[in-house]
Design a protein around this ligand. Structure first.
Ligand code: FE
Length: 226
């Protein structure tokens, strides 16, 4: 039984309409929002999952952000053994590093080199290395990026302000429900001897998707300090 007056109009036993979470300012829900509410309420009514489990799962999802991926990248830059393990089995190396995976996805880490630049996409929908990066940006889920990243990656990268030299191969990896990718960007020049923390602060979400590189800007270590 729902105790929440959700903004949909099929009749549940809603006893009152002024609970604290009612939000009259919101626009009417879209198709997928209504579908999500209906499925969620059905699962709870049938006692297949409880509201507590949903809340805990949301907490886990919300605890993930690009800062986590940035720590992985910085560790790979300073620790050759970790880097090797990361490239061999991304998920295992991340788990050993203390990052839990709450799903059954594989993680393949793609290293950018002098001769190869990696770009990730999900042409079908929005598959993304969520355990290490959190939620994908809206443009990653949008059709133009999904369609064009595979057809004309150089043009897409140019729109992000990223120009990859013609003699550098661009490799586009298409994510699936099972297999997720993370780009290991090249370590920026001039960062020898930097602390792992300062290095991590340089690593951006977009660099780990592969739409930008990190080696364009001249830096001092204080740039890497939060
Ligand atoms: Fe997908």
């Amino acid at each position: 039984m729902s105790t929440h007056p959700h903004p949909h109009d099929h009749s549940h036993e809603v006893t009152h309409d002024h609970t604290p979470c009612a939000d009259a300012s919101e626009a009417p829900p879209g198709y997928y929002e209504v579908m999500e509410i209906a499925v969620r309420e059905l699962l709870i009514e049938k006692q297949l999952i409880g509201p507590g489990e949903i809340r805990r799962q949301i907490e886990v999802l919300d605890s993930r952000s690009p800062a986590l991926g940035a720590k992985v990248v910085a560790r790979a830059w300073v620790d050759p053994d970790f880097r090797a393990r990361l490239l061999t089995n991304g998920r295992k190396a991340c788990e050993d590093f203390g990052i839990s995976f709450y799903d059954d996805t594989e993680l393949i880490v793609l290293e950018n080199t002098e001769t190869c630049h990696n770009l990730i996409v999900c042409t079908l929908c929005s598959c993304y290395p969520r355990p290490v990066l959190g939620l994908p940006p809206d443009w990653y889920k949008a059709k133009p990026y999904r369609a064009r990243a595979v057809k004309e990656p150089r043009a897409v990268l140019a729109e992000f302000g990223t120009v990859i030299p013609a003699d550098v191969e661009i490799r586009v990896s298409d994510s699936t429900a099972q297999v997720r990718f993370l780009v290991l960007p090249r370590r920026p020049a001039g960062t020898d001897g930097w602390s792992e923390e300062a290095l991590a602060a340089l690593v951006t979400r977009d660099a780990m998707i592969g739409v930008v590189t990190l080696d364009s800007q001249p830096l001092t270590e204080s740039d890497g300090e939060a």
